[in-house]
Design a protein. Structure first.
Length: 266
């Protein structure tokens, strides 16, 4: 049963979009605003051109486009608001699930950012690319991993998610999930084969990120154990030569220290 506010919101949105006119070739919706969606955005990266017809399994960075069509622009706006019915109508009317706005954001990316899972499913079913990156190197797959959206991560893996894909900090989906203690996502990514000892631009692995960026709580302890069980190097130090065990000791994470020592960490 829809929430009481759902119908008025849809009516307001339809009025803003001028839906009747839109489906007959009408009005444009202003580009949805917003900031970078990545866990660690870097606005200085230079995007590479990406074709609208690119295969769903490929990794790309979208080039900002001028003159985004009315249907495509409104699809991105509807996805951001989570209006599943309108998203379906726009797709049926010819909107492209591959379209991006001036910041290179696809409808799927903004749907994931807003945690609209059902909209994301519909867009992926319509051919949206789970690896397409915006100008800040955010992709639906990476963003879902960072924000703990397990269902979207699983959906992405089933539709060609690039296991080697990284964000602007050269962090993999596994590193992003680990630093946020998204344990269930970590399990799925490890099973899928995301490299466990990949080192990002800061010189940190998923194991180091879990210890340094976490709060030492149970979910981070569980993440450490999952990484160790998957073969993470317990002695792979950061750029300053500080090992995972030393980082855990400095933070008084006693349980983690014991885990690392059992894995021959020092």
């Amino acid at each position: 049963m829809p929430r009481p506010a759902a119908r008025p919101r849809r009516l307001v949105l339809a009025e803003v979009l001028g839906l009747t006119g839109l489906l007959m070739g009408g009005a444009l919706l202003a580009s949805p605003g917003g900031s970078s969606l990545a866990a660690r955005p870097a606005g200085s990266s230079q995007p590479h051109a990406a074709s609208r017809s690119q295969a769903p399994g490929s990794t790309s960075v979208s080039t900002p486009r001028e003159g985004v069509g009315a249907l495509d622009r409104n699809l991105i706006g509807a996805a951001m608001l989570g209006d599943l019915e309108l998203v379906k109508r726009l797709l049926a009317a010819g909107a492209s699930a591959q379209a991006t706005d001036e910041r290179g954001r696809s409808a799927l990316l903004v749907a994931v950012d807003s945690r609209h899972t059902e909209v994301a499913k519909t867009l992926v079913g319509a051919g949206a690319n789970v690896n397409r990156k915006d100008i800040d190197a955010n992709s639906p797959f990476l963003l879902a991993a960072a924000t703990g959206q397990l269902e979207v991560v699983q959906l992405s893996l089933a539709h060609g998610a690039d296991l080697a894909s990284t964000d602007s900090n050269d962090s993999t989906a596994l590193i992003l999930a680990s630093q946020h203690g998204n344990t269930e996502v970590v399990k799925v990514l490890l099973k899928a084969g995301v490299p466990v000892d990949h080192v990002n631009k800061q010189g940190w692995t998923a194991l180091l990120e879990t210890i340094v960026m976490g709060d030492g709580s149970a979910r981070y302890e569980d993440t450490v154990q999952l990484l160790l069980d998957a073969g993470a190097d317990a002695n792979l130090a950061d750029r300053d030569g500080t090992s995972p065990t030393r980082h855990a000791r400095e933070r008084s994470y006693k349980t983690m220290v014991k885990m690392l020592m059992r894995a021959r960490g020092h």
